[in-house]
Design a protein around this ligand. Structure first.
Ligand code: 2AL
Length: 170
């Protein structure tokens, strides 16, 4: 994508294209559109980060709560967003045995009970072994630390989604 084209998009077009760069949080691109023009991908990304970082803790937790569990009910039912489906498949989470699905479900449940938001990790930068290890480790941290870590992972997911859109759209 060339940035003059990106910068000339109406907000409807911009939200249509970039609406899911942060999972189910189209408010973010809708807000960031007014910060255009963007010189390049880093500038667009920086505007997204600035918006996220300015949110109160409840807003950051809200972003995390928009994420589906890894290998969870949405994957089993086929109700993931296309981006999330591709990411989870890349990490091999669509090909787990039933014991692995149950283990992940149990750990995800424990994590959510402790923190009141889901475990979030950039699936494309991990595989099932590192995801399970991270989940087991991170479940022992405190809430503020985990919310910050989850948001770091959201930014990694966003980076990969933005890069793919800019390479393949327009
Ligand atoms: C996800 C997701 O949907 N894609 C990804 O990389 N991570 N979800 C999650 N709970 O970590």
């Amino acid at each position: 994508m060339d940035f003059p084209t990106l910068n000339s998009l109406s907000y409807e077009e911009f939200v249509n294209i970039f609406g899911n760069v942060v999972e189910k949080c189209s408010l973010i691109p809708a807000a960031v559109w007014s910060k255009r023009p963007f010189a390049n991908l880093s500038a667009l990304e920086a505007a997204i980060h600035e918006f996220i970082d300015a949110l109160p803790e409840s807003g950051k937790e809200g972003i995390l709560r928009c994420h589906p569990d890894l290998a969870g009910r949405d994957l089993q039912r086929g109700t993931l967003t296309p981006e999330s489906r591709e990411e989870q498949a890349r990490a091999g989470l669509d090909a787990l045995g039933s014991a692995e699905v149950s283990l992940l479900a149990q750990l995800n449940q424990e994590y959510k009970k402790r923190f009141e938001f889901p475990f979030v990790i950039c699936a494309k930068m991990n595989d099932k072994a590192t995801i399970l290890r991270q989940l087991s480790e991170r479940i022992g941290k405190d809430r503020a630390e985990e919310s910050a870590r989850g948001i770091e992972e959201v930014k990694k997911i966003c980076h990969l989604r933005l890069k793919a859109l800019i390479l393949h759209k327009l």
